[in-house]
Design a protein around this ligand. Sequence first.
Ligand code: NAD
Ligand code: AKB
Length: 318
Amino acid sequence: MTKILITGALGQIGSELSTALTKVYGPENVIITDIHDTNTSDLPLHYEKLDVNNEKAIQEIIEKHQINDVYHLAAMLSATAEKFPVKGWELNTHSLLYFLELARNKKIQKLFWPSSIAVFGRGAQKENTPQEDVKNPLTMYGIAKSAGEGFCEIYHKNYGVDVRSIRYPGLISWKTQPGGGTTDYAVDIYYKALEQGKYTGFLNAKSRLPMMYMDDAVRATIELMQAPAENILVRTAYNLQAISFNPEEIAYEIKKHIPNFQIDYQPDYRQQIADNWPYSTNDIQAREQWNWKEEFNLESMTIEMLNNLKNKLKLTNS
Ligand code: NAD
Ligand code: AKB
């Protein structure tokens, strides 16, 4: 049976991906890790503290649990990485190299590492950005993701490492709050709509960006990792398109359910980050090579978000 280790497992993606992987591989085969001290009795899975800046600690945990596959999610997201550029660069690149080295030395079999739409920047086509378009990112986060994609391709080509990656768009979920990205507004807006009936956005009304509901992202990740190796022809990271919208459009969708909902706009430093990212990406390779297809659009995602958050907030407040 495949034994799995997840880093950054308490984050927005990790908290949902770990549950999904448990359903596939069994709870006894999924080890979740993060940098926090956590009362492990609160968690349904086997948790261990792991700082991915510590190469020796990574090696030890891989050996201790005889890990086969790693989902390396620990990272610093775009908005935070602009504030802490050196820490962001180190966390987002060095830790990936540690896992790639383990794979090169056959200590692990398969590695998943997420990239981002942030790899695109100056000179890239804004609409329907092709898989192989120019990558001139203008953020520390995007530069680190672009370097990471390069590492993955080289380790695959030169050392036969089975590393797979997706350029996730902004991910929207109700279970765990996002952790410091530019697309975080698209989660916060649902909370504020339910709690306060109004929201002040940090991007302008027309800032359209690629987005995806978490259920689609988790399913895509598992499908990519389960696809036969010979189908995976992109070893940088796959474009994956689902939904594109701007703050005005998501607000319009929310108003269908909360008619008095109000939005206003006070763009901050994150506007400049968003201005460099695509409006939508072309993901034909993912669709053709491993049958990627999204299930959620803006309408169905909004219904899911509002219904689930209503229950969650009721429980939290009672
Ligand atoms: P998140 O910020 O919600 O979670 C990251 C986790 O990493 C946190 O739980 C944090 O405690 C942990 N972490 C931070 N430093 C660590 C360290 N030194 N050692 C171990 N753990 C550490 O992020 P996320 O949204 O779950 O993103 C996961 C990955 O997906 C990242 O690589 C991110 O760049 C990528 N991604 C996310 C999105 C998105 O919209 N969520 C979009 C594109 C790409
Ligand atoms: C962020 O905004 O930093 C992330 C991403 C698109 O990579 N959500």
